[in-house]
Design a protein around this ligand. Structure first.
Ligand code: ADP
Ligand code: MG
Length: 661
């Protein structure tokens, strides 16, 4: 079934779907509502209220239209709702008039003014709202309205679905799950909340079951994987560590030793290095790259952006080149000739350590002797990308690094196929970031603080949730803040704006100006990279902080406080948001992530969608943790029984996993 064959899908809609990664009917149906709106018809009483309500009514008089201005008309009518005669107005709906015959049933959403006996509607539909209506709400897709999407999905659901069900028979019976096609119909067109929950639970369980199956299966095949034992001169490693400009923390040393143990044992390294922003993961990676070199192998280090790759390249080169290692950088924006030269050197074993972005994944690149692969901020890469790089070596050791502080139990589940090293301790001398929640009316105080820091030649990050104004969301925008800051400082403080809509080259330039200290204030959306290291940046100001999850805010805050100077973070918001207090009280990413977990009920408009590699379509690891644990038990039992070997859909999944690993 092609999407374009569905009623209501034209070329333009199709294009929008493609942009949202919806290519098949299956993709469309798994574009689940992210929430539901529950509508209950109200009976108007004589109380004064400013609430938006929804009413059933019947048109009782001929309606009239008044054209006020070119783009403004108003439709007025008398209607009866629950036996009460009221006036109703709605703007810019002149086109509805021909259908508003006397006796027509309508559903109106809006506000009722008791004194004027007037209902001002913002929305008007024909028909009658029965007892309760559950409306699915989808994440918006460019150019497609929610109601249109709802209609198209409805069309899709009319087709024979015949969906693959990944829940094994045994567990379908154990939990009395409903049929998958039915569940799919219910989540998109629910009639009652009880059935909706049953359907959602079933789909959540299935998604988690399948995910955990992959993780646990990989673990099963990796446990017995052997590699060559690397020979490493520990004395040289110790010399290197002792000559570093700073003393490593115990957690850093422990992580290094765990990595070295992997190298020198028969077991292939498959390790996740988890550490809060600024905890010093890069140096751990550097020591391990050096050890791998001493054992006689090439190493590769992959970062998610050019900026981060370049930053790693600079710092690793500085430390390792004087020991005779050849370190090179490979990024997309280099000239073709440059890239070719480096690729040639890599395949001739003239490069010991190659650092880069996904340009490293270039299929023409072959390593002479790749023994170790590191991926930084691994949640930003797809599983397949990670694996291509592994295939370039003969079963190289692999280390993933992530700054997403997630609770330990939860890390063990989703990274269940990897060993983990955790850095909790902060580097010595590092001060906690002083964090304050402020109201927008107190902005003046904050601006004074900004000025003080500027006088010390320090730099400031400002983060806002949006680029441009959007009437649906009254949020701060980077562009309006630029004006505000410029006028506050009379344009005398060099300020630049960074956001995702800029070209890569412009972004790099702006970022570079900030890194070199030319720009003092950088106003941006959340695009600033997680790992950016600008030592003189001592202040972070986040607007509409209530819009972000604690973990996201903590990550953002981690861009300052990367030195021994006192750093500050201001969280600006207009509501009194209790959970933000957690950030005032603590600088511990793991504690904060546990707290974030507890506040799971609270909306996290941006954070939620950003939560890294956990791109589940219906499951939410925070909200569905209990289902996750249940599914984990079941998956383990099922894998042990080896029954998956008899199920066609699982045999297919195993083939794919094997191919990619
Ligand atoms: P992240 O874990 O976020 O990747 P980095 O590796 O970028 O952190 O480290 C942040 C900064 O801290 C770097 O400038 C690094 O040189 C410095 N650093 C790392 N370890 C230590 C240490 N033990 N003592 C002092 N500074 C350190
Ligand atoms: Mg880092």
């Amino acid at each position: 079934m092609n999407l374009q064959n569905l009623k209501g899908v034209g070329d333009k809609t199709l294009l929008s779907f493609y942009e949202a990664n919806i290519y098949t009917l299956d993709d469309l149906l798994t574009y689940y509502p992210y929430r539901y709106q529950i509508l209950i018809p109200t009976v108007l009483d004589n109380k004064i209220s400013d609430d938006t309500v929804i009413i059933n009514a019947i048109v009782s008089d001929i309606s009239r239209v008044a054209y006020i201005k070119k783009n403004l008309n108003v439709l007025r009518m008398k209607v009866i709702t629950n036996g009460k005669l009221i006036s109703l107005v709605i703007y810019n709906r002149a086109y509805l008039r021909p259908n508003l015959k006397i006796g027509q049933k309508i559903i109106a959403t809006g506000k009722y003014d008791v004194h004027k006996n007037l209902f001002t509607a913002s929305n008007l539909k024909f028909g009658e709202l029965l007892e309760k209506q559950i409306i699915p709400v989808y994440h918006s897709i460019k150019n497609i309205k929610n109601a249109v999407l709802e209609k198209i999905i409805k069309e899709g659901l009319k087709e024979a679905l015949d969906l693959e069900d990944y829940i094994p028979q045994k567990y379908l019976e154990k939990y009395h799950f409903i049929n998958k096609d039915e569940a799919m119909r219910v989540v998109h067109q629910p009639n009652n909340e009880e059935l909706l929950n049953i359907a959602r639970n079933r789909l959540i369980y299935e998604e988690l079951f399948l995910f955990l199956f992959k993780v646990q299966y990989l673990k099963k095949i990796k446990v017995n994987e052997e590699t060559i034992i690397k020979k490493i001169d520990k004395n040289l490693i110790n010399d290197f560590i002792n000559n570093l400009p700073f003393k490593l923390t115990n957690d850093q040393l422990k992580s290094i030793n765990e990595g070295l143990d992997d190298f020198t044992s028969k077991k292939r390294m498959n390790r996740l290095l988890l550490g809060d922003v600024g905890s010093g993961k890069t140096i751990v990676a550097t020591v391990l790259l050096y050890a791998n070199f001493l054992a006689g192998y090439q190493g590769a280090f992959m970062a998610p952006t050019e900026l981060l790759a370049t930053q790693h390249y600079d710092s690793i080169k500085k430390l390792l080149e004087k020991l005779g290692l050849k370190v090179e950088l490979l990024i997309g924006s280099m000239t073709k000739k440059n890239k070719n030269d480096i690729m040639k050197k890599v395949s001739n074993n003239e490069v010991d350590i190659l650092i880069g972005t996904h340009a490293i994944l270039n299929e023409n690149l072959s390593f002479a002797n790749l023994g170790f692969v590191i991926t930084d901020e691994q949640h930003r890469f797809g599983v397949n990308q990670r694996n291509i790089l592994q295939e370039k070596g003969v079963k190289p050791d692999v280390l993933f690094m992530s700054a997403t502080p997630i609770p330990r139990t939860y890390a063990l589940t989703i990274y269940g196929d990897m060993d983990t090293s955790i850095i909790k301790e902060k580097p010595n001398g590092r001060k906690d970031i002083i964090t304050c929640v402020k109201k927008e009316s107190e902005l003046k105080d904050v601006l004074y603080k900004v000025l003080e820091e500027i006088k010390l030649n320090h730099q400031i990050y400002v983060v806002a949730p949006m680029i441009l104004e959007n009437e649906d969301m009254p949020l701060k925008t980077v562009l309006s803040l630029k004006e505000k800051f410029d006028s506050a400082f009379h344009g005398k403080v060099p300020t630049e704006v960074l956001h995702g809509k800029l070209k890569a080259k412009e972004k790099d330039e702006i970022m570079n100006n900030f890194k070199t200290g030319q720009t003092k204030i950088l106003i941006s959306t959340t695009v600033i990279e997680v790992g950016v290291d600008v030592p003189l940046a001592t202040m972070m100001i986040i607007f509409n902080a209530e819009r972000f999850g604690l973990a996201t805010l903590h990550q953002l805050r981690g861009r300052v406080g990367r030195n021994d100077m006192q750093s500050y973070c201001y969280l600006i918001c207009n509501e009194d948001v209790k959970r933000l207090k957690v950030l005032e009280e603590s600088n511990d990413g793991f504690y904060i992530s546990e707290k974030d977990f507890e506040f799971r009920g609270e909306g996290d408009l941006f954070g939620e969608r950003q939560s890294g590699d956990m791109t589940f379509k219906i499951a939410d690891l925070r909200k569905n943790y209990d289902v996750l644990l249940k599914a984990l038990d079941d998956v383990k039992e099922w894998i042990d029984s080896e029954e998956y070997l008899k199920v066609t859909s699982y045999v297919k999944i195993i083939e794919e996993l094997k191919f990619n690993n």
